[in-house]
Design a protein around this ligand. Sequence first.
Ligand code: ACM
Ligand code: ZN
Length: 502
Amino acid sequence: MKYILITLAFALGVMNVQAQAQPTDLIPAPAEYSVSPGCISSKEMAGLREKVRISPKSLLRHLKGRKLEDWQLKSAYLLELGKKGVKIVAADEEGVFYARQTLKMMAALDSSVAYCTILDWPRFPYRGVMLDESRHFQGKDFVLKQLEMMALLKMNRFHFHLVDNPGWRVQIDAYPRLTNLTAWRPQAFFWDWEKNEIGGPFVEEGTPGAYGGYYTKQDIADILSFAKERFIEVIPEIEMPGHNYETRYAFPELACSLPNGGKDPWELCPGKESTFEFLEKVLLEVFDMFPSKYIHIGGDEARKNNWKLCPDCQARMKAEGLKSAEELQSYMIRRMERFAHEHGKRIIGWDEILQGGLAPDATVMSWHGIDAGLQAVKEGHDVIFTPTHYYYLDYHQDPAQFRAVGRHVPLEKVYSFEPMAKDISQADAHHVLGVQGNLWTEHVQDAWHAEMMLYPRVFAIAETGWSQAEKKDWPDFERRASVLSAEARKWGYTVYPPNSQQ
Ligand code: ACM
Ligand code: ZN
């Protein structure tokens, strides 16, 4: 009887291995994966003996002449899972971390895991998610939960959209009014607050029934330390010169010298020195908070009409020899770039920063499709692709889905985006830093809804950012995404289609 049971267990083990041998359920798909005979139950994986070797030379030996860039080597790893336990070889702690994330995902997704060897490295250095904290305030616990998922997916950049028209969400000691006042509004739902593209009022912190919130410096420090342990860089965004309704509400003197600051309610006045003094003081505190070498300065959707009428803007244009409102915006961005450089930082801006001439060292976030990104690459600039039709996660996944922007961006569409367009030459390829999904929160009212917009689409962005192009395979990804979605739901994430309506 005992013999029969052992034989049966062995036969099941072999069947299991064969059922799961190829391909793995991992997202993102690893560069190279091969199975060996045998398997281990996922429960046993927690107690496995782990042998870790951090040695660039050893990793290079395993890579056998494959040519990787230095940044790829840092993240690369060899993982061998066998009878004796796990062996990890990496050039850096980062590679060890990714190897462990691979093990964690394998153990989570399958009840038994085939012995295997994985050699893996990322395709792009920038694999990001952007979260809009202004229109709807998600808060620290939500952010930590999403960072955990990002880390599991080997994503490494969190773009923190901290300020925008409907709310300022980060403590700035020099200007407490930004968070005492413009982090709070009477209406929770963005569309109840903003009517016809004009924002509503803000109310003092502590007003009964006020909706809002902001990150204290301690909150930011907590998020940064959580992110750092997971090799995620947090890039803050401080919008300028548009998307500043809230700033003007707190400090009307930063608007143009026109009745009510001008017809357009969003822009700061780049004609006034006081605008630069304000922004520089804010940035100094932001630089102190965030160690990232990047600061995102926004730059999108400034309408610029006020500037054409404002005497201060006109005087600035004359003094600086600027011929258009676009050139006035570029003057401002270049000046902010110089300030950022003085403090050891580089700027990222939305693709409108190309319009009046690009700041010398700026990285462009290409969101109006990909053309702006291609132009920036040709001009020798780094680019991150976040094209609306593929990577705007506020667009809906299903035509019947309530509360989302009208365009249809299902999982397959997200997965289909290829960042390395054919007309990018080999020599320019290094300017394509990578990809990012953007969750704007106009329609979001709670964490349930926010996560439903993120997942499973973020899985697809993670795979495009990490996996080698030849490893991408939609039918197989669709299968793996459904395995990971089921598991993520068990961990408490809302994944589209959700199990229940809220
Ligand atoms: C943007 O969607 N305005 C960058
Ligand atoms: Zn002005």
